[in-house]
Design a protein around this ligand. Structure first.
Ligand code: HEC
Length: 369
């Protein structure tokens, strides 16, 4: 990291949860004259602050001239990635990870310090994908690297560092890879006392594949049956036998099942109710067993990368993309591939492109940021 990067650029990387949540939902109406278009549009993107914050013209120049190690470049990517990773958490505005509640009887160790470590670990994970020299952005899905402090070491099956956070290669036995292996994300996509393949699957579908599932019908009992002689997978399979339920639940529950090796606070487990866990499934015609394999599948699924780029595009332009923007997003995909999927290189091209500099920024109309 360059030591002389503006201090304010640090804010999005280490800011308190609440500020980052603002960032996730930040893009708003930005009516601008051409001469100010870049600086204003860069504000939610690069500065990852509220839309009113502006990036100094000098920094735009720095970006345009290819200062790829700029913290600002990093921040601009960090936010859409975080958004991609967390955007299903609509509740985050009210219920961010630091406020996630777990049953104190079942999970007495799930305290504020652990939650904060989880969040920080995920931030470091994302940041590393952006910062690491020649980092392939697709490692977002299947990276074997993680960051842990003493609170998190046991989660990831690594030795606790003497102090602070350290980077680790995940042991295969951890069953983890990529963003879906992040304990904080797993905990956030679970209920207080049980896992929720439904919620986890909806998260994968919406946030990583940009597919919006239908809203649940009125009047359905969404209290999951309690049966200690079955696994959650079996309970869900039972209600999918009803075609009315399967219509929707077949879209997301089987995806969320990939995360069943992780309990409601994100710890690895072999069994549930004394029964072995089956985390197998398939997506886009490719099968997986657990999140590490699912990450590998997502890495190869063109819908996943296109979703990441759409999220980025929304953030960059401060609005949801429409059909006309698809071509632009497709060409961004091509330019990313041409840059060997190195996000920093791609981003510098993007910021310098006419498409970015001259397109009008409009209010966000639909979709999540
Ligand atoms: C139109 C789509 C749709 C249909 C049809 C549907 N659901 Fe759902 N269901 C959802 C969605 C979306 C959620 C997630 C709600 C949320 O958490 O925001 C959900 C959540 C649930 C949950 C809670 C899961 C959890 O882990 O908390 C249960 C249980 C459930 N549905 C059961 C059923 C049953 C039983 C049927 C059939 C009678 C059914 N659903 C039909 C979309 C649907």
């Amino acid at each position: 990291m360059p030591s002389r990067a503006p201090r304010r650029a640090r804010a999005p990387l280490v800011a308190p949860v609440r500020l980052r949540l603002v960032m996730l939902v930040a893009p708003a109406a930005v009516r601008i004259r051409r001469s100010r278009a870049v600086s204003l549009r860069m504000s939610p993107t690069v500065m990852a602050r509220t839309p009113r914050a502006r990036i100094a013209p000098a920094v735009v120049d720095q970006l345009r001239s290819g200062a790829r190690d700029s913290l600002l470049v990093v921040a601009s990517t960090y936010r859409p990635m975080l958004s991609a990773a967390m955007s299903k958490c609509h509740g985050w505005r009210k219920n961010p990870v630091c406020f996630v509640v777990k049953s104190p009887t079942l999970f007495p160790t799930f305290n504020a310090a652990l939650k904060s470590s989880m969040l920080q670990g995920t931030q470091l994970f994302l940041r590393n994908i952006v910062l690491e020299a020649n980092a392939d952005v697709r490692s977002f899905y299947d990276s074997d690297q993680t960051f842990a402090d003493a609170n998190l070491a046991a989660f990831y099956g690594v030795q606790a560092p003497a102090s602070g956070f350290a980077q680790f290669k995940l042991p295969a036995s951890s069953g983890r890879a990529g963003i879906l292996g992040q304990a904080g994300l797993i905990a956030a996509q679970s209920q207080a006392d049980r896992t929720s393949p439904t919620r986890r699957g909806i998260f994968i579908l919406e946030s990583l594949l940009c597919i919006t599932p239908p809203t649940p019908p009125q009047g359905v009992n969404t209290m999951l049956a309690v049966d200690k002689t079955l696994t959650t997978r079996e309970i869900l399979e039972a209600h999918r036998k009803d075609p009315t339920c399967a219509n929707c639940h077949a879209l997301f529950d089987p995806l969320g099942i990939a995360m069943e090796h992780f309990d409601p606070i994100g710890r690895y487990r072999e069994q549930e109710n004394g029964l072995p866990i089956d985390a197998t499934g398939s997506v886009g015609g490719m099968s997986f067993d657990g999140v590490a394999q699912l990450g590998g599948v997502l890495r190869q699924d063109p819908r996943a990368l296109s979703c990441l780029l759409s999220n980025f595009y929304r953030n960059a332009n401060g609005r949801a993309e429409d059909d006309k923007d698809r071509d632009q997003i497709d060409s961004m995909g091509k330019s990313l591939a041409a840059r060997n999927y190195v996000w920093k290189s791609f981003l510098t091209d993007f910021v310098a492109s006419d498409a970015f500099r001259s397109a009008p920024a409009l209010p966000v109309t639909t979709g999540s940021p």
